[in-house]
Design a protein around this ligand. Structure first.
Ligand code: HDD
Length: 704
């Protein structure tokens, strides 16, 4: 029988006389006569029939003897592991971190010693509240967890896309998470903070106000993982080779700039493509457009900490970059998707306590609590204390310890020595501690008596919330107001809504009034009694705004082009070329997925059928039907939604003249605004892409 041609990447080897093929994971497969790999049981026994279980007679009962059937069902029954109790839905990628220049004066961390050195990393992005099968565009914090496989052990920087947190002390973590998760009696709502339990907890927890401003802002509905910042949140320590220490905050900045979607887009994206963010990361990496971030450090000493307006150990506060600039020290590039989602992205175990020599914790009480939680949760989730032996979790540097046994132990210490000290000598006596190379804890002085107390220096809950709000552009401020009205309108208990407005009065009077009006409150509820008088003298920090810091180009973005039979071939080619020159891409939307025949007779496949490619999936759109094609589009409701949504979402819209009929049909004013560009000049395509760098045409009066 003819052999199937060799598949790329599968190397043929032999085992005795038997032909074998090496699989992508290095495992060997038996090869059958017809060239296919032989299906075997877990025990390597070749399977003759995988279609029928073993029965007593063709119509008889299944026999217990069918070991293959039992093994197959047994394994299937155990495929699921507990999802992460938070950050269950996530997506990961491999890449590297490259150090710009040596930071040996600041830290002895090996990763920062040599200019140009590349360290492998694995990154997992996530939402927090939703379960594993929830949708990507929830209004939520995004996790930004990075595992650096350094030459002195793994460093996990387990951060978020928001630089502050809801609570100051880890003892409240179960409460904040319970409150945001589906309510325990109803088991809904899923992946939503818009419900009574969440706002009840928040309105009783003034320390959450700063974070709430961020979560109600556009930061909580990012356009994709590629367009968001990341933060280590806490103050950490850097320790140099002589034991001297500075404090540090870690910030990731995306090279493509920041971008978010509108709330009205988010709810529609969740229906049209619940995997919007993971699909984005997947296709960017698969097409060689590797996303990149810069790691920036805010480094400061004890004097700065003492003179700062707030306590640097309080995780509900940030240090404005205008006050303490963040210095870029290296870049993170994601260039490879996992080969298997479960083995890598699901089984990766991030732990805040994984820090190599030279990087240490501060006494931030949230961080201290996290250092307990992450180890504990991995045992629950992964089921064995040997989870560090999984390839995704194992260090890539040499490691040697005397821990042994337990479920699934595959790397037990070899030889006789499994204890220390011993007298077996360096060759067989196993590892010893090393004063020179080992991790030395920074000798921080103790603080005082054991107490259950919140320091007074953690007591101002409103001033930075206000600073964030006033740092936003007017459009972003409007979004915060809209988000609060939307979320609080989902609360059934008026007392919760009113209590929240009482807090907003301590943040910004106009915001409080807007939200009260949006909720239809007849009178303003009393302001919440603050612990400390909120400050109104903190200056705005423009770097906290997304819109005040626009991207330099339209690179990495997507134009959705609505085409029909007869679409002008030259015009389309011009748009494709202009987008490609900018580093952006084009996707075609047509009445059927089989595509269209262009004006020059060439066939073009479509990426989407019209109702599968709504304009919310794109950063800008072009509507370039032919004179005949527009007649069909006018009859298609999804074509009408395509343009009316693009218009309401302030998108830039390129068009060929027949498209004006569709614009008129959906009520777009005849006198088109400057967000529209007619594709009727030789430079129109380039001009349009240049215009798209502004991302949205905010001057449209009837936007969403
Ligand atoms: Fe956490 C997961 C980020 C506070 C307890 N956390 C988790 C993940 C991220 C964060 C990104 C997902 C990691 C992954 O992709 O596998 N968490 C944060 C940040 C916090 C924070 C930035 C505050 C600054 N977390 C926090 C506290 C506690 C936890 C205060 C508990 C006391 N977090 C966990 C956890 C998780 C987790 C239960 C669930 C799954 C996991 O650890 O691996 O241990």
């Amino acid at each position: 029988m003819a052999r199937r041609p060799k598949t790329t990447g599968l190397e043929e080897v032999t085992y005795g006389d038997q032909p074998l093929r090496r699989g992508q994971g290095g495992e060997t497969h038996q090869i059958a006569e017809d060239g296919y790999d032989v299906l075997t049981t877990q025990q390597g026994i070749p399977v003759a029939d995988d279609q029928n279980s073993l029965k007593q007679g063709a119509r008889g009962p299944t026999l217990l003897e069918d070991a293959h059937f039992r093994e197959k069902i047994f394994h299937f029954d155990h495929e699921r592991i507990p999802e992460r109790v938070v950050h269950a839905r996530g997506y990961g990628a491999h890449g590297f971190f490259e150090t710009y220049k040596s930071l040996s004066k600041l830290t002895r961390a090996d990763i920062f010693q040599r200019e140009g050195e590349q360290t492998p990393v694995f990154v997992r992005f996530s939402t927090v509240a939703g379960s594993k099968g929830s949708f990507d565009l929830a209004r939520d914090v995004r996790g930004f967890a990075v595992k650096f496989y350094t030459r002195e052990g793994n460093w996990d920087l387990v951060g978020n896309n928001i630089p502050v947190f809801f609570i100051q002390d880890a003892i409240k973590f179960p409460d904040i998470i319970h409150s945001v998760k589906p309510e325990p009696d109803k088991a809904f709502p899923q992946a939503q903070s818009a419900h009574d339990n969440f706002w009840d907890f928040i309105s009783l927890t003034p320390e959450s106000m700063h974070m709430i401003m961020w979560v109600m802002s556009d930061r909580a509905i990012p356009r994709s993982f590629r367009f968001m910042q990341g933060f280590g949140v806490h103050t950490f320590r850097l320790v140099d080779g002589k034991g001297a220490s500075n404090f540090v905050k870690f910030i990731w900045k995306p090279k493509l700039g920041m971008q978010s979607v509108l709330w009205n887009e988010a709810v529609k994206i969740n229906g049209a493509d619940p995997d919007f963010h993971r699909r984005d990361l997947w296709s960017a990496i698969q097409t060689g457009n590797f996303p990149e971030w810069e790691l920036c450090l805010q480094v400061f000493d004890q004097d700065f900490a003492d003179s700062f307006d707030f306590d640097v150990l309080d995780p509900t506060k940030l240090i404005p970059e205008e006050l303490l600039p963040a210095q870029p020290v290296g870049r993170l590039v994601l260039d490879r998707m996992p080969e298997n989602f479960f083995a890598e992205t699901e089984q990766v175990a991030f732990m805040t306590q994984n820090v190599p020599p030279g990087i240490e914790f501060s006494n931030d009480p949230l961080l201290q609590g996290r250092n307990f939680s992450y180890l504990d949760t991995q045992l629950k989730r992964l089921g064995s204390p040997n989870f560090a032996q999984l390839p995704i979790n194992a260090p890539k540097c040499p490691f040697h310890h005397l821990q042994q046994d337990g479920h699934m132990a595959i790397q037990n210490p070899r030889g006789r020595a499994n204890y220390e000290p011993n007298s077996w000598g360096p060759d067989i006596g196993g590892p010893r501690e090393s004063r020179e190379q080992g991790f030395e804890t920074f000798p921080q002085e103790p603080e005082g008596p054991k107490v259950r107390l919140r320091p007074e220096s953690f007591g101002d809950h409103y001033s930075q919330a206000r600073q964030f709000f006033i740092s936003q552009s007017l459009i972003e401020q409007r979004h915060i107001g809209d988000a609060l009205v939307f979320e609080l309108s989902k609360c059934e208990f008026p007392a919760i809504r009113e209590r929240m407005v009482g807090h907003l009065r301590n943040i910004d009077a106009d915001l409080a009034q807007t939200v009260a009006d949006g909720l239809g409150l007849k009178t303003l509820p009393p302001a919440a009694p603050p612990n400390q008088k909120p400050r109104t003298d903190l200056p705005p920090s423009d770097l906290l705004s997304i819109l005040k810091n626009p991207p330099a180009s339209f690179a990495g973005r997507k134009i959705g082009v609505l085409v029909t039979d007869g679409t002008d071939a030259k015009l389309l080619a011009g748009l494709e070329d202009a987008a490609a020159a900018e580093g952006a891409s084009v996707e075609l939307i047509a009445p059927t997925v089989s595509g269209v025949t262009l004006s020059d007779g060439t066939m073009k496949l479509a990426h989407h059928k019209i109702d599968g490619g709504p304009s919310v999936l794109f950063d800008a759109v072009a509507v370039i039907p032919s004179e005949e094609g527009i007649l069909a589009l006018l009859k298609l409701p999804p074509a009408r939604d395509f343009v009316s949504d693009a218009y309401a979402h302030y998108k830039f819209i390129a068009f060929a003249s027949p498209a004006t009929k569709l614009f008129a049909k959906v009520g777009i004013p005849e006198d088109l605004d400057d967000g529209f560009m007619a594709m009727d000049t030789p430079t129109a395509a380039d001009d349009f892409v240049a215009l798209c760098r502004n991302l949205r045409f905010w001057d449209r009066p009837d936007g969403a």
